[in-house]
Each structure stands twice: as structure tokens, then as C-alpha cells.
Design a protein around this ligand. Structure first.
Ligand code: FAD
Length: 289
């Protein structure tokens, strides 16, 4: 099933994200975690792709397993920046052969020591065009409510986002944010810029204090005072921090759904207990017609 049909269904739509292992010895335990998350029956699940494609087989195997065993539509991520056109084409052909209908098309981060003169893809929009050339997929892309770190202004980043829509993206999933007002302001700006496809709001349940330090260092995501206070007060108590992080994420989701953002993506990070708790917290809300 195409995830765009779930997103456009008019009902609240919840997805969970999982990531494949970096090495084959971890495959079974990661697969088990993804199965426990799939058993929660989210509307769809997204399966990330290791930059450079080194673990592409794992992405494919996990995506296929979730669909076949649990009937949960899989959104297989695909990056392009450090791959050749031939490698990308081969991965698209494999996804097609395995019955995967949904791809999240990403540029990927450019490795530090990478020889840029060898790049065959420069932007995600080129990958989107390539995917359309080789198959009839439902294609999504990434967007950044606070602007992508490499782009000088949010306005310029939104211009580039429009190119992804024009290339054939039918929805965008956002980078995580911890203040819903940032998303509401972003939605206003992108609609003003003529972007019309649905936005899936990405929510990260922060369950330990180190996680938030890593996130803010890497992406510069704004952490509101209300959430900083939670980390300062409960950060040293793992159980309390986990409970508070899940409650904060749940509250973000409720506010989004109440304000007309119908599709929410949880960065569940291979943690079935966190995914289960969020689903439970939202059960009556998600059951709404
Ligand atoms: P692009 O859309 O190509 O944008 C990258 C930069 O180039 C931006 O600054 C943009 O403004 C600029 N740009 C775009 N088009 C043009 C143009 N035509 N001219 C000039 N500049 C342009 N990474 C992984 O490795 N694996 C994953 O599975 C993965 N999943 C992700 C899922 C989500 C929801 C998100 C938000 C990110 C994910 N990432 C993943 C990270 C992502 O690969 C990085 O953020 C990467 O740096 C940018 O990818 P993109 O697809 O947004 O790139």
C-alpha cells in the first residue's frame, strides 16, 4: 500500500522509524525489535538507510519482513550522495523486485573526506527524478522546519524543497523539532511558497539526557526552556527521564493532531517499549474517525 493513501486518509496517521544494524551480528536482535514495533500496527514504518549504502541489504530485508509478516507498509529510505548512478539504480530495481512501493528519497550527509568531483548526485531532487525513471513508487522526501544546516537561510531551503515537490515527492517528513510553534510557522511559510503536499511531523521521544546533547550538537535543533527544565531536573534519573521524555513527545503529538497536523512520525529508534507507550497514550485519540 502507498503511504500517501494513509497520510491522505483524513484519519490520524502514525508511523514509527527503525534503523538497520551496522553489522550482520546485530541483525537478529534488530529484526526482533522491528517486529515488536510492527506488531503495534502503526499506519506505516520507515526503515533508514546507512549513508553510502553499506547496509542496504538490511534496509531491504527489514522493510520486506515488516510488510510480509505484519502487513505494515514500509517506507524504505534511500540515500544517493556517495553512490554512483549504477548503484542507486540497482537498489531501486531490488526494491521493486521485493515489492516495496514507498521510498523516502534523501541526499544523505556528505562524508568529510569525500571527493566532491566524483559526486554523481548532488541533491535529493536528482534522486527523486531517478526513482521516477525506474519505477512507479510513492516517493517522500525530508524537510527541515528550522532550515537544513548547510543552507544559508530557511527561505532558500524552502525554495529547494519546492524543487523536490516538482521532481515528484508526494509528501515530506520533517526533521525532529521540540517546539510545535516552529512547525506551525514552517507550514505557513511553505504553503505561502506554493508547496502543497502533506507534511508528516517528525517527533523524537528523548529518553536520556545524552541523546539531547548529541541531537543539539549535530543538528542545532532548538530546545525550548520547558524541555530543558525537564532534562535538568530528571536527566540523572534514567527511569524518570524516560517517563518525562515520552510524556513530552505524547503532548507534542496531541497538540499537532488537535491543530490539524494529521500525520505524525515517531523517531522510535528501535525501542519497542517507547513506541508501545506512545501508542498506548494515544489509543483513543488515534481511534477517532
Ligand atoms: P537535499 O534535499 O538535497 O538538501 C540538502 C541541502 O542542499 C540543503 O541545504 C538544501 O537547501 C540544498 N539543496 C537542495 N537542492 C538544491 C539545489 N537544487 N541547489 C542548491 N542547493 C540545494 N540520512 C541517512 O543517511 N539515512 C537516512 O535514512 C536518513 N533519513 C532521514 C529521514 C528524515 C525524515 C530526515 C529529515 C533526514 C534523514 N537523513 C538520513 C539525513 C539526511 O540525509 C541529511 O539531512 C542530508 O544532509 C540532507 O538530505 P536531504 O535529502 O534533505 O537533501
Amino acid at each position: 500500500m502507498r503511504v500517501i493513501d494513509k497520510i491522505r486518509s483524513g484519519r490520524p496517521c502514525l508511523s514509527f522509524e527503525v534503523f538497520p544494524p551496522k553489522t550482520s551480528d546485530k541483525f537478529d536482535s534488530v529484526k526482533e525489535a522491528t517486529e515488536q514495533i510492527a506488531a503495534l500496527k502503526p499506519d506505516f514504518m520507515s526503515v533508514t538507510y546507512g549513508a553510502g549504502g553499506g547496509t542496504s541489504e538490511f534496509t531491504l530485508n527489514i522493510a520486506q519482513n515488516i510488510e510480509k509478516k505484519f502487513g505494515v507498509p514500509a517506507l524504505a529510505h534511500l540515500t544517493c550522495v556517495s553512490s554512483t548512478k549504477e548503484q542507486v539504480k540497482a537498489q531501486i530495481e531490488k526494491l521493486k523486485a521485493d515489492g516495496i512501493e514507498n521510498i523516502l528519497a534523501l541526499r544523505g550527509d556528505i562524508p568529510q573526506d569525500f571527493d566532491r568531483s566524483k559526486m554523481e548526485f548532488h541533491h535529493a531532487s536528482e534522486l527523486i527524478e531517478c526513482i521516477r525513471q525506474y519505477g512507479d513508487f510513492c516517493i517522500g522526501g525530508a524537510c527541515y522546519p528550522e532550515g537544513h544546516t548547510e543552507c544559508e537561510t530557511l527561505a532558500k531551503d524552502i525554495e529547494h524543497l519546492k524543487l523536490k515537490e516538482e521532481a515528484g515527492c508526494s509528501f515530506f517528513t520533517t526533521q525532529m523539532f521540540f517546539d510545535n510553534n516552529i512547525l506551525y510557522s514552517f507550514l505557513y511559510k511553505i504553503r505561502d511558497a506554493g508547496i502543497t503536499v502533506p507534511i508528516v511531523a517528525g517527533i523524537m521521544p528523548v529518553t536520556n539526557a545524552n541523546q539531547i546533547k548529541r541531537i543539539t550538537n549535530l543538528s542545532g535543533t532548538f530546545v525550548p526552556a520547558r524541555f530543558r527544565a525537564i532534562v535538568e531536573r530528571f536527566g540523572n534519573d534514567p527511569k524518570a527521564m524516560k517517563q518525562a521524555g515520552i510524556a513530552y513527545a505524547t503532548e507534542q503529538v496531541i497538540d499537532l493532531l488537535a491543530n490539524g497536523v494529521n500525520a505524525v512520525h515517531i523517531y522510535s529508534m528501535n525501542k519497542p517499549d517507547v513506541a508501545a507507550k506512545i501508542k498506548e497514550n494515544l489509543c483513543d485519540i488515534l481511534a477517532q474517525a
